[in-house]
Structures are given as C-alpha cells and as structure tokens.
Design a binder for this molecule. Structure first.
Ligand SMILES: Nc1ncnc2c1ncn2[C@@H]1O[C@H](COP(=O)(O)OP(=O)(O)OP(=O)(O)O)[C@@H](O)[C@H]1O
Ligand SMILES: [Mg+2]
Length: 449
C-alpha cells in the first residue's frame, strides 16, 4: 500500500510539473508576441496599445499588463475589474524583466487555482522601454490534474481493498489449520491422547499435522508399553514375595519348630529371594540399557574366546543333563563390542538352548567372521517354540510356558536384554524354531574394527 502511495505521488508530481512547465513556456511565448507587437507603440502611440493587444486575441483568461520602463502600468486588459493603470507594478517578474531577463512563476491561489505569471521586456532600439506582464489561470491543467488525482485515488483504493481482502483470506488459510492444531495440542495436553489432528491436502501444515499425529501414536505406544512393563514387573516381583510370605507365615504358625521342616522352608524362602534378586538385577540391567543406549564401552574383543568361556561355564549344567555342548569357531574372530553387555547376549542364548533342551540333546555354537560382520549361531534340538509365539519371545517377561519356566527360575527378561544389546550394536537377531524339533538363533553384528 505504501508503494502504491509513493508511486501515485511520483506520477502526479511528474505529470503536473510537465504540464505546468508547458503552460509557463506558452505564456512566455505569448508575452514575447505581445512585446513585439507593442514595442513600437510604447514610445509614441500609447493609446493604440489596447487595440493592438486585443487584436492578438489571447483569450479572456489571460490578463495582459503593459508597463513603461519605470514599471508604471500603461495598459491592463482587466481594467474593468481593477484598474491599476498609472500605478507602479511591483512584481518580481516585472523587476527581472526590466533588468533584461524574462521570467515566469507559478503561484497556487487557494480560491482560483494555479496562476502562471510571467514578464518579458519590451525592447526598442536595443533599449528596454517597457515590460509585458501576463497572468493566466491554468484552469485546464488544474482540472486535468484533479481528474488524474481522482483516478489514482480510486485505483489505489480498489487495489488496497483487493490487497486487504486477499491478505486476510490468505492469512485465514494459513492460520486456521495452525489454530486448529494448537487447539488440539492444548486439549491433548490436558486430557485426551486419543485426539488426532485432521490432515487435509499435502502442504506444509498438513505435513506438520501428520508428523504430530505420528508422534502422538508413538507416545501412545510407548505409554502402553510402559504401562504393560510396570504391570508385568509388579506381577513378577509379587509372585516370589507372596511365596516368601506364605512360607514364613507357615513357619510362624508352627507350634513346635521342627528343625528339618524349618530348614526346608528356609531353603524355599532362600530360593525365592534368589529369584527376586535375579529379576531385579535383570530389570536394572534393562533400564541401564535404556538410558545408556549410546554409551557402549566398545573394545576390540575376540568373540571366539568369549564363546569358549561361556561354553566352559555352562558345561556343568549341560553335563548334568547329558547334553552335548559344542563350539565351532575360527581361531580369532575380532569385533568391537561392549564386553560386559555382549557376554550377556552369548550367555543368555546358550543358557536358553541348554535350558530348553531335554536330556541327551545337542547344543551347537558357531562363531565365524563373514566380511565386515560376525555371525553367531546357536542351534539346539530341544523343545522349540510354537509358531505363533516366536514373535513374542523378545517381549519383556514373555515365557512360552510360564509354569515350566518359573520352575527353572526363568524371568522372561533374558531375550529382551539380548535384543536390546544386539540392537545397540547395530546388529540383527533372527529365530528359526519348530516345536518339539529345535531352535536356531542367528546373530549378526558389524565388526567395525
Ligand atoms: N532355545 C530355546 N528353545 C525353546 N524355547 C526358547 C528358547 N529360547 C527361549 N525360548 C522361549 O523364550 C522364552 C523367553 O526367553 P528368555 O530368555 O527371555 O526368558 P527365560 O529364559 O524364561 O528367563 P531367563 O532368561 O531370565 O532365565 C523362554 O521362556 C522360552 O519359552
Ligand atoms: Mg533365558
């Protein structure tokens, strides 16, 4: 709008300057014609001047005043209105003309409009003998300028209104979805996470809304997982506690303490406490993994050597169940891993294989390098996992056979720890299993040496 005002003002000023200059040039030309005409009469036949001037027919709007060389008015074409003949005409233009130079000026009279006034000297025999002074109202130029001003004002107003309407429509188009988004976010802040932002089209606002909806979904998902986790964890912690309570109550209610009974009960209580400790340790290790996801202590590690130590530590359990536990590996399989955490991966997988394989079975461990990766396979011919449950075994606290697993002291947290550690090492873990046939776990991690 400002630009419009500036441009309009500039156009008006330029046109008016041009037109009024034109008026001034014309007036001076006319004054020269009058001066030429009257130059002969000023000396001798002054009474002929009015006739000579009127013959020139300059028009009614032009006032012609002729003075002698002392600026005394000899003739005034407007003598009927204000006769100034015989008086001295003191005007800057006249004074300049007497000194020999033509001059013209423009005056803005509030009532009449623009007046152009100019004077030229009348020369006779190379002497200044008088002055011709012309004054004319530039009415046609004034009218023309007024017209143009009106046109510009009307155009500017129309453009301003158009710009105003257009901007408010545009602002509305841009702002209203943002307002909607804010409203919904505020609503979600205070209560419902079920609310979703309506997404229309594919513009930036729609993309923002879409991203926000996805974020909300993810938050909901995380919240649901957290709720599930807390409920599962409380349940898992409550079970051994209830057993302990039951066992200690039984001991307390005995009238006479039979040492053998008490010992047996205390052993059970001890077992439950071990179980509680195991669950709590695993939970701690899981939360630690959550928090320090990026803070792995990566060191160059021989996975072969690590596997050997794990086989060694699980060998007594395997021998106890007459399970053949074998390790197949290359001399040295190096990879950058967090030793403590990766130990838990190999240990848990091998421990599961031994645990979920009946007496006389076989558990084989393969560790070998494959380009930039290390591939670890743990294969057993144990009880296997039912097809529908393979997806769930990595969930926290998930056990295929709760009762059986509890008997063997399982917490259902082993594989979630394994999955978290493998993920944090940018690795991958896949399971292939058939019920009553056996299970194969494959872990692939980048060496990143
Ligand atoms: N090699 C396997 N063969 C058959 N089932 C398995 C095997 N490995 C895991 N599973 C099943 O997956 C479930 C989850 O395993 P996970 O290691 O997470 O828990 P867990 O072994 O029961 O408890 P924890 O590891 O704390 O002792 C197990 O309860 C078991 O049902
Ligand atoms: Mg396990």
């Amino acid at each position: 709008m400002l630009t419009l005002v500036f441009i309009s003002t500039y156009i008006l000023a330029t046109i008016s300057q041009y037109l009024y200059n034109q008026n001034q040039v014309e007036l001076l030309a006319n004054a020269n014609v009058v001066a030429n005409t009257v130059s002969d009469y000023i000396k001798d036949n002054r009474e002929l001047i009015p006739v000579a001037v009127s013959r020139l027919s300059l028009g009614d709007s032009v006032r012609v005043i002729i003075t002698d060389k002392d600026a005394v008015v000899l003739h005034d074409s407007a003598s009927e209105h204000a006769n100034i003949e015989g008086k001295t005409l003191v005007k800057p233009e006249v004074i300049k003309a007497l000194k020999g130079s033509d001059s013209v000026g423009r005056y803005d009279e509030s009532e009449i409009g623009t007046i152009i006034q100019g004077a030229v000297s009348v020369i006779s025999d190379s002497d200044v003998v008088g002055v011709v002074y012309l004054s004319e109202a530039a009415k046609s130029t004034d009218d023309f300028m007024a017209d143009i001003r009106w046109i510009l004002i009307v155009i500017s107003l129309i453009v301003c209104i158009l710009i105003g309407v257009l901007s408010s429509v545009m602002a509305d188009v841009i702002v209203s979805p943002i307002e909607k988004l804010t409203k919904i976010i505020n609503k979600m802040k205070s209560s419902s996470m079920e609310e979703r932002v309506p997404v229309n089209g594919n513009d930036e606002i729609a993309q923002l809304g879409d991203a926000f909806n996805q974020l909300t979904d993810r938050l909901n998902e995380m919240e649901e997982k957290r709720r599930q986790f807390v409920s599962n964890a409380s349940h898992e912690l409550k079970t051994p506690l209830s057993s302990i309570k039951l066992l200690s109550d039984s001991v307390l209610s005995m009238e006479t303490l039979d040492e053998e009974y008490v010992r047996e009960f205390m052993e059970d209580i001890n077992g439950e406490i071990d179980r509680l400790t195991k669950i709590i340790n695993r939970l701690l290790s899981l939360t630690k993994l959550d928090i320090n996801y990026e803070e792995l202590e990566l060191k160059v590690t021989d996975i072969n050597e690590m596997a050997q130590r794990i086989v060694k530590s699980l060998m007594p359990v395997a021998l106890n169940k007459s399970i053949k536990l074998h390790l197949f590996t290359e001399n040295e399989v190096l990879a950058m891993v967090d030793r403590e955490k990766f130990w838990q991966v190999l240990y848990n997988i091998t421990d599961n294989a031994v645990k979920y394989t009946p007496e006389g079975g076989t558990v084989s461990l393969y560790v070998f390098g494959e380009g930039d990766y290390v591939r670890i396979e743990v294969i057993d011919n144990g009880i296997g996992i039912p097809e529908g449950q393979i997806d769930k075994i990595f969930d926290r606290f998930y056990r295929v056979d709760k009762a059986r697993s509890r008997e063997s002291g399982g917490t259902g947290l082993g594989l979630s720890i394994v999955k978290d550690v493998v993920d944090s090492h940018n690795g991958e873990i896949v399971v292939d299993s058939k019920e009553n046939d056996g299970t194969k776990f494959v872990i692939v991690i980048p060496k990143k040496l």
